[in-house]
Design a protein around this ligand. Sequence first.
Ligand SMILES: [Zn+2]
Ligand SMILES: [Zn+2]
Length: 229
Amino acid sequence: MEIIPRLHRISGMRGANAYLLLGSSLTLVDTGMPDSYETILAYIDSLGLDARSLDRIVITHHHLDHVGSAAALKRRTSARVLAHPDDAVFISGEQAPLPPQSPVMRFLFWLMAPLMPSAEPVSIDLAVRDNEHLDLLGGARVVHVPGHSPGAIALHFPSEGLLICGDAIDHRRGRLGPPPKGFTMDMGQAIASIRRMAELEFDILCPGHGAPLVGGADERVRAMVRGLG
Ligand SMILES: [Zn+2]
Ligand SMILES: [Zn+2]
């Protein structure tokens, strides 16, 4: 589905959103679950584009529902994988993902671990850090938004008035809020990151889950932040 010219939300994804950015080359932001790569490749084909020419995959953070198809896509395309160094160690499999902070979730994770699918490790080709400029759409700036995970990033596009935020801001069931507590490493840090994003200007918010918020999105995020006290 086209959100604005040159920005698509891949249709038919299971779990998390993936966004396709068109330009002189193709860029994907997040990759869904391990079985999502076929949906992504078919979507690119449906636009009449050559999926093999996918040039970059930006990972907002290391969680399975965002990084799941990165390795499969990297094999099938010419894409380089970009992520923040603080999450790169988990994405490349150098370090096991950290268990969640909440003791209850920690126990559940331990219980569920043998049943959970794991993401195939993928090496990071390019580390991206806070404030870095990326040549995407009219120009993007990387915003490091730690909390949900140590190396979570958002992408801010000032000329499009757009923020792609991964799971740093939650927009499920039509409500804006902080990321889910049970899956968030450091809630205090996550809220500080939301406050930082609330200072940016963006009309459109593209979250990791739920529908994009189109029109006055920054005002809605500021209202949510005021509600946090
Ligand atoms: Zn997610
Ligand atoms: Zn997440």
